[in-house]
Design a protein around this ligand. Structure first.
Ligand SMILES: [Zn+2]
Length: 268
C-alpha cells in the first residue's frame, strides 16, 4: 500500500518507518528497496484485503493524479464488508487500477461491492493485447460518419475485449505511452448497447483526470451517453426507413421475376 497511518496521519513508506493499516489496524512495515515502489506491507506480506494487488509504478502514477485523501479509501458496504478502493472521489466514484488478470467471479463481486465504479485496465501486461486491440479498431465499423466511435464485430478475437465486455462498470484501457503518437493510448469500452453492439472510443486521459478532479466525470459521461443514444436512435430510424424501401424494391424485383414465364420443365 502507498499509505499507512502514522500517528493517525496518512504517510508514505520511508526506511525503517512503522505504521498501521487503515483498514484492519494491524502493524505495517515500510518496504523501501530498489526493485519495487516504496510501499507498506502487512507482516508476512499477507494483505488483509483479498482483492489487493501488488502495486507497480503504473498504479502509483495513476494514484498520484488524485488528491491524497481520495487514495486508498476504506469502503464499507451495507453488510459491513470492507475493502480498500484505489481511489474514491468526492462524487463517490471508485476507480480501480487493474494490472493483473482478474477472474470473472471476482470482477463481478467487486462491481457489486463498489456500485459506482470505473476500471482502468493496464493494456501493456500481455504483449499481444495492444496489437489485437488496434487491429480490431481498424477493422471496426464507424458508427457515425464524423466520429471516432467504432462498432467491433468478433470482439472475442481480442482477449482484452473478451475479458471486459460484460463488465457492469465503466472500462478504460490504458496502453501507456505509445511510440506512435498518432494512435490514442487511452480507450473507453462503452457498456454493451441494448442490441449487443460493442463500441469503443479513444478517450482523452487528461480529460478523464480533469473531470474526476473537478467532480464532473458523471455529467460528462452522461452527456456522451445521451449523445450516442440519440445518434443511435436516429440511425435506427434511418435504417428502418431504408430497410422498408429496400423491401419495397425487393417486392418489385420479385413481381418482375414472377412475370417472366418459365420455360417448360424449368423450376418445376
Ligand atoms: Zn490491513
Amino acid at each position: 500500500m502507498k499509505y499507512a497511518l502514522v500517528n493517525g496521519e496518512k504517510k508514505e513508506a520511508s526506511k525503517g518507518a512503522k505504521g498501521k493499516c487503515s483498514s484492519c489496524g494491524s502493524d505495517l512495515i515500510a518496504k523501501c528497496g530498489e526493485f519495487k515502489v516504496n510501499h507498506w506491507a502487512h507482516k508476512g506480506n499477507r494483505n488483509c484485503d483479498s482483492w489487493w494487488e501488488n502495486e507497480t509504478k503504473w498504479h502509483r502514477a495513476w494514484k498520484n493524479k488524485f488528491p491524497k485523501n481520495w487514495q486508498e479509501v476504506v469502503h464499507f458496504d451495507q453488510s459491513g464488508e470492507k475493502h480498500i478502493a484505489d481511489v474514491k472521489t468526492d462524487s463517490n466514484w471508485v476507480i480501480e487500477f487493474q494490472h493483473s488478470y482478474i477472474k470473472p467471479q471476482e470482477l463481478r463481486s467487486r462491481e457489486e461491492f463498489y456500485t459506482k465504479m470505473v476500471w482502468i485496465v493496464d493494456g501493456t501486461r500481455r504483449k499481444r493485447d495492444k496489437t489485437q486491440f488496434q487491429n480490431k479498431y481498424e477493422e471496426g465499423t464507424k458508427v457515425f460518419k464524423d466520429l471516432v466511435i467504432k462498432s467491433i464485430s468478433f470482439h472475442e478475437e481480442c482477449r482484452l475485449l473478451e475479458e471486459w465486455i460484460d463488465s457492469k462498470a465503466l472500462v478504460f484501457f490504458d496502453f501507456q505511452n505509445p511510440i506512435d503518437n498518432q494512435q490514442s493510448d487511452f480507450w473507453f469500452l462503452l457498456p454493451k448497447t441494448s442490441t449487443g453492439k460493442v463500441l469503443i472510443i479513444p478517450y482523452s486521459r487528461e480529460n478523464f483526470i480533469k473531470y474526476h478532479n473537478q467532480n464532473t466525470f458523471g455529467e460528462e459521461i452522461n452527456k456522451l451517453f445521451s449523445f450516442i443514444n440519440k445518434e443511435l436512435e436516429r440511425k435506427t430510424i434511418i435504417e428502418q426507413i431504408q430497410n422498408s424501401s429496400a423491401r419495397k424494391n425487393t417486392f418489385h424485383i420479385y413481381k418482375r421475376f414472377k412475370s417472366i414465364k418459365p420455360r417448360r420443365g424449368r423450376w418445376l
